[in-house]
Design a protein around this ligand. Structure first.
Ligand SMILES: *[C@@H]1O[C@H](CO)[C@@H](O)[C@H](O)[C@H]1NC(C)=O
Ligand SMILES: *[C@@H]1O[C@H](CO)[C@@H](O)[C@H](O)[C@H]1NC(C)=O
Ligand SMILES: *[C@@H]1O[C@H](CO)[C@@H](O)[C@H](O)[C@H]1NC(C)=O
Ligand SMILES: *[C@@H]1O[C@H](CO)[C@@H](O)[C@H](O)[C@H]1NC(C)=O
Ligand SMILES: *[C@@H]1O[C@H](CO)[C@@H](O)[C@H](O)[C@H]1NC(C)=O
Ligand SMILES: *[C@@H]1O[C@H](CO)[C@@H](O)[C@H](O)[C@H]1NC(C)=O
Ligand SMILES: *[C@@H]1O[C@H](CO)[C@@H](O)[C@H](O)[C@H]1NC(C)=O
Ligand SMILES: *[C@@H]1O[C@H](CO)[C@@H](O)[C@H](O)[C@H]1NC(C)=O
Ligand SMILES: *[C@@H]1O[C@H](CO)[C@@H](O)[C@H](O)[C@H]1NC(C)=O
Ligand SMILES: *[C@@H]1O[C@H](CO)[C@@H](O)[C@H](O)[C@H]1NC(C)=O
Ligand SMILES: *[C@@H]1O[C@H](CO)[C@@H](O)[C@H](O)[C@H]1NC(C)=O
Ligand SMILES: *[C@@H]1O[C@H](CO)[C@@H](O)[C@H](O)[C@H]1NC(C)=O
Length: 636
């Protein structure tokens, strides 16, 4: 390939920059210069050094020795020219044009100061003892006894105990497709090559495959560890990218403490999609602790450990970068990070909603497109309280993506959450853009549920709740359990969970079909024909007449409450309250309750969400059928 004058100048200055960076790190890195950390500094003066005599070293020439004595290899850290020396827990940014390989070197003797005392101990021993273990096969550069102290150190460090080196990298930029329409493929991933033998100091696609490890990046990220006692040579190869233009940019870090960049590709995503409406979506993390210790809970509730990225699935610009923190920061459409894009579209906070009432972080996105699919990617910035160079794991952690989608532009389902009384409610409810904003909508439903609860609360006061256990209505349940069961049921029955009318799922119940949509449209004959088979009354109205009176949502489908919510009241509450539930097949059951099926969100329950299969926990508590003999309050 012919380089244009501009390109060749670019190449030349790029090479020069690499050389300078390499020199800078070899000379000034504080972790690097052994002389700095050892008491009684060596008296080397770096002035008057003619850098032009510093010839590039042939990486394959093991007999190479520095040309001038001041830069002994012990001082230079053995990093040949064109090879960047990595510092413990520091990410090095680098560009790579397709077809090239960038080289790095990590010397395990770049150990933190606290470990240096061990070395000094060993050093004294070294001067004491007479037996010097040979390090034959390391290029024949073993120093003779009685040489300068730095030569001794050089030999000593080679015989250090083996340590695990953690190498990790993130792709921040990748080539763009030449044809903007070329969205079917993504540019090839970078490849990491690692060698821990001095015989292969230039790992890469052309080096001997037996003397190196090869790991492909996955979605812009790579993690690799190995145990070494000497130097580690790293090559990052940018493959030829036919059909793409531009270069790669990545950050690589090596550490003896742990990975700087991490990712987790486990099947079970750590982010749970709770629900969405036409413009918004609510997502939540798993329990951030299993501990019920109030101090631990309080500490976690005062933090916001995670950040989140969201991206339209139809847009391919993050493909190939989905596990790279900097790639997502550069390319995700919405970033809920401290200085992310469109942070006004995201609000995040902590909540204890859901089973177990354990702390979780929730994210609410607004301003999304209707009927669109999105990818939500949870991440941690550094170790969540601090990030950046010098910190173990300072590069951040990226979790596997969760898919979610928004509802249609009918706009008659709206998300409510953060309710005061019905604190477990966080999902889409029948709504109408003309009714008011989500705060007013939440208030409307919450106030009604609270009013209804007052009536029940009065009835419960008539029951001998505080009687000794042998005089109570049940040995197994008490009044607070009855009150909780009733509240769970009441909130979910008075605040229906709304789905698009177009959603064909069989477990959904059509409602308010003879109302117009908020935009004035009405259902066509085909829509009517699809539901004509059963009793029409429950299809024309909402479950609660107040919804039709005040909100007038238009046709929607309801995710019916789970039947066990009703059974739980019958089991928990005194028989004198005479609650009873319709049983499957009985009048009212199919328009009031649904059964749990597999991992689908086939019925609504407190804290429900679009859990993935492994996260679903089926309640067994209601497996025993309840035989109701007294028909008192029929709970439909
Ligand atoms: C990559 O492209 C360069 C120049 O176009 C070519 O010399 C080289 O052989 C290619 N490498 C591979 C692996 O195809
Ligand atoms: C150093 O040598 C002296 C005398 O040979 C011996 O007593 C001492 O234990 C040695 N020190 C170490 C650390 O081996
Ligand atoms: C790495 O990627 C290359 C090219 O995409 C492929 O040929 C090779 O099989 C991959 N190696 C591994 C271990 O996945
Ligand atoms: C090191 O890598 C191996 C696989 O090469 C992996 O099984 C192991 O878990 C890694 N160790 C750490 C601490 O990540
Ligand atoms: C899209 O990219 C692929 C892979 O590089 C290439 O083979 C194809 O020709 C490209 N299509 C267009 C329209 O550029
Ligand atoms: C919801 O409540 C939590 C906890 O009180 C708060 O951090 C968060 O900002 C609230 N979200 C909205 C959108 O009001
Ligand atoms: C949180 O923990 C509770 C109690 O262990 C459990 O029932 C619930 O499923 C967990 N929630 C999530 C989202 O993992
Ligand atoms: C919404 O759709 C428009 C047009 O398709 C697109 O340009 C924009 O990026 C999308 N926005 C989001 C947040 O998905
Ligand atoms: C993160 O690192 C900082 C700086 O080392 C430290 O003060 C903080 O405690 C760490 N946080 C966590 C959660 O480990
Ligand atoms: C909703 O509307 C009320 C009354 O107009 C207003 O006070 C409140 O700030 C609005 N809330 C939001 C979230 O816009
Ligand atoms: C139920 O009534 C009792 C006694 O009047 C009262 O203390 C309690 O706060 C009420 N509960 C609710 C949720 O209103
Ligand atoms: C009711 O029973 C539950 C579980 O057995 C118990 O945690 C709770 O303290 C009891 N409440 C009262 C008021 O006795």
């Amino acid at each position: 390939m012919q380089l244009s004058p501009l390109q060749s100048r670019l190449a030349a200055s790029f090479l020069a920059s690499c050389l300078l960076i390499a020199l800078y790190f070899t000379l000034f890195s504080p972790h690097f210069a052994i002389a700095q950390d050892v008491p009684g500094n060596s008296p080397i003066v770096l002035d008057d050094v003619d850098f032009s005599t510093l010839e590039p070293r042939s990486p394959l020439d093991p007999t190479y020795e520095p040309e001038f004595s001041v830069f002994d290899r012990g001082i230079l850290g053995r990093a040949p020219a064109g090879v960047a020396a990595l510092t413990n827990n520091e990410a090095m940014p680098m560009n790579a044009v397709p077809g090239s390989t960038q080289r790095f070197m990590f010397t395990v003797d770049t150990i933190p100061a606290r470990a240096m005392s061990d070395v000094s101990l060993e050093l004294r021993e070294e001067h004491n003892g007479s037996e010097r273990k040979s390090t034959a096969g390391e290029g024949g550069e073993e120093s003779e006894e009685g040489l300068a102290p730095e030569a001794d150190l050089d030999g000593l460090l080679k015989r250090q105990v083996a340590r695990t080196v953690y190498i990790s990298a993130n792709t921040c930029e990748q080539p763009r497709p030449l044809a903007a329409s070329n969205t079917t493929t993504e540019p090839p991933q970078l490849t990491l090559y690692v060698s821990n033998t001095d015989l292969n100091q230039s790992p890469g696609p052309v080096a001997d495959a037996d003397s190196q490890f090869q790991v492909n990046f996955t979605e812009g990220a790579v993690m690799f560890n190995l145990t070494v006692s000497g130097d580690v040579y790293i090559g990052i190869h940018a493959p030829n990218a036919t059909g793409y233009t531009g270069q790669y940019n990545f950050r690589v870090a090596a550490s003896t403490d742990g990975y700087f960049y991490t990712y987790n590709e486990r099947d079970n995503a750590d982010l749970i999609w709770v629900d969405s409406d036409a413009q918004g979506a609510l997502l939540i993390t798993h329990n951030l602790t299993e501990s019920t210790d109030p101090a631990v809970e309080q500490k976690i509730m005062s933090t916001q450990p995670y950040v989140m990225f969201a991206h339209n699935s139809g847009d391919k610009s993050i493909n190939g970068l989905k596990l790279s923190y900097c790639g997502l920061q550069n390319h995700a459409q919405i970033a809920a990070t401290k200085n992310g894009q469109f942070t006004s579209m995201v609000s995040t906070g902590m909540t204890k909603r859901g089973q177990g009432n354990l702390p979780k972080q929730q994210f609410f996105f607004s301003g999304l497109n209707s009927s669109a699919s999105y990818l939500g990617i949870l991440a941690r910035d550094g170790n969540s309280s601090a990030s950046g160079n010098g910190l173990v794991g300072g590069g951040g952690h990226v979790f596997k993506a969760t898919s979610f989608s928004t509802k249609s532009d009918h706009g008659n389902c709206g998300i409510v959450f953060n309710l005061t009384f019905c604190d477990q409610v966080a999902y889409s409810v029948p709504s109408n853009p003309n009714f008011g904003n989500s705060t007013q909508l939440a208030q409307f439903y919450d106030d009604y549920a609270k009013d209804m609860y007052e009536n029940f609360n009065k009835s419960l006061q008539q029951v001998a709740c505080d009687a000794p256990s042998n005089q109570r209505y049940s040995l197994a349940r008490n009044c607070s359990q009855c009150a909780q069961a009733y509240k769970d049921w009441l909130c979910l029955v008075t605040i229906p969970r709304c789905e698009d009318f177009d959603n064909p799922a069989p477990f959904l119940h059509p409602r308010a079909m003879n109302q117009p949509f908020p935009n004035g449209e009405t259902l066509d004959d085909a829509a009517w024909a699809s539901v004509k088979q059963s009793g029409i009354a429950s299809y024309n109205t909402s479950r609660n007449p107040r919804i039709d009176e005040f909100i007038v949502p238009g046709p929607y489908k309801e995710v019916l409450p789970c039947e066990d919510l009703c059974y739980n009241i019958v089991q928990s509450c005194p028989a004198s309250l005479q609650f009873s539930c319709p049983l499957p097949g009985q009048v009212g059951f199919s328009s009031s309750y649904a059964r749990r099926q597999g991992d689908e969100l086939s019925c609504n329950y407190p804290g429900s969400a679009h859990f993935t299969s492994s996260a679903v926990r089926l309640a067994a508590a209601w497996a025993v059928p309840v035989v109701v003999t007294v028909l008192g309050l029929f709970l439909v």
